[in-house]
Design a protein around this ligand. Structure first.
Ligand code: ATP
Length: 367
């Protein structure tokens, strides 16, 4: 079957990393009979805003809505600002989440060979953070009460519907995983601040209601402040985390430090009918245009996209392609082929070449 992938390369290192992601995904599709991926490149981002006064043309939004899935590089430049002084990328992403109903921000945190986290002794990191992506402290984004120059307010909104659907997403995800590295126990941890904020006490109450529908999965809670410390000290205790929007935003970058940095952290913004996949990092203008970036986060985001499409369309050829991509990334990094951020000497494009060649080798070996 043919799948149309709306592709936004974006700004900074975005074009470089997306090109490598597409290279590897094309190699995987070519290796699996009957699978056809069509990448439809769309305009949008901070540079587009600077030139045209809009984040993306209407045609981009339309194609994002009609495509089977969306693959995004990274957007933004510190010098390109909206009239309110904020950077462009946040507006694009938050609009996309709202327009397309992308409520689950899924951020896998997994240690790949050749990568080391802040604690080099720690080898057991394999967890997924699920961030509620449409409400919480971002609900009033771009709005909120203000007395210009004096007072600004962003309000934390927690709804039953928003919390139930993201909690269900977390428990469903836990059922597909091997459990926490410590002992294989499947566990979903609700990370909140239920002892202080009634909105987050409600988040916990609704989460508990959903947890009761999943007796096969251990459900527990943690307070976000002490949890930040526990996550760094004992990542092996965690399997799936579910949390409010802003907490998830911060914790996912913290968690990226457990696995060797932002270049290795993929993400998916997932809803009931649409999904958008992109690296968790930004556009890294300091290294843009120099073929230096690490494309692993983008390549693995592409692998997440294939898995999501496979489940949605019940198409095993997509699972096969996803499996090839994942194994090729592991195999390539095991061989010592690494980019500069991990102490290696491969450029972004050479690393992409290596992974694509490994995809072809693995496929040929499997016959
Ligand atoms: P944003 O606010 O858009 O998320 P940011 O200011 O937090 O962006 P990033 O662009 O995510 O910052 O990157 C921070 C730094 O991490 C970069 O300056 C760069 O040095 C490094 N970095 C980020 N992504 C990569 C990558 N894929 N490969 C190598 N280094 C990276």
């Amino acid at each position: 079957m043919k799948y149309e992938i709306a592709t936004l390369r974006g700004d900074g290192i975005g074009p470089e990393i997306v090109d490598e992601g597409v290279k590897v995904l094309r190699a995987a599709a070519a290796a699996v009979p009957g699978l056809d991926l069509e990448f439809n490149q769309l305009a949008g981002g901070a540079n587009h805003y600077a030139e045209h006064g809009e984040l993306a043309p209407e045609s981009t939004w339309k194609t994002m809505e009609s495509a089977h899935a969306i693959l995004l590089g990274s957007m933004g430049h510190p010098d390109i600002r909206m009239p309110d002084g904020t950077e462009a990328q946040g507006h694009f992403i938050v609009n996309a989440r709202k327009k397309l109903g992308l409520y689950a921000g899924v951020r896998p945190i997994k240690l790949y060979p050749g990568a080391r986290g802040v604690d080099p002794e720690q080898t057991q990191v394999d967890l997924v953070l699920v961030r509620e992506s449409t409400e919480g402290l971002f609900a009033s984004f771009g709005g909120g009460a203000e007395i210009p120059g004096e007072v600004y307010a962003d309000t934390m909104i927690v709804t039953r519907k928003g919390t139930e659907r993201v909690a269900r997403h977390a428990f469903d995800l836990a059922r597909t995983r091997p459990g926490r590295p410590l002992d294989g126990e499947r566990r979903v941890t609700c990370v909140d601040k239920a002892n202080i904020f009634r909105s987050l006490a409600f988040f916990r109450e609704v989460y508990d209601g959903v947890a009761a529908e999943y007796p096969d999965i251990t459900a527990d809670h943690a307070l976000v402040d002490s949890f930040a410390m526990l996550l760094v000290q004992h990542p092996e205790r965690y399997d799936v985390l579910v949390t409010e929007n802003m907490f998830g935003d911060i914790l996912s970058d913290l968690a990226a430090a457990l696995v060797g940095g932002l270049g290795l952290a993929p993400s998916g913004d997932i809803g009931d009918d649409h999904a958008m996949f992109q690296p968790a990092h930004g556009s890294a203008p300091d290294i843009a245009g120099r073929d230096l970036a690490n494309p692993v986060a983008t390549i693995v985001s592409g692998r997440m996209m294939l898995d999501w499409l496979a489940r949605r369309h019940r198409d095993d050829s997509l699972h096969a392609a996803a499996d090839l991509v994942e194994r090729a990334v592991v195999r390539t990094m095991e061989s010592g082929a690494l980019t500069a951020d991990l102490g290696g000497d491969l450029s972004c494009s050479r690393f992409g070449d290596e992974v694509a060649a490994t995809v072809r080798r693995l496929a040929a070996a499997a016959g």
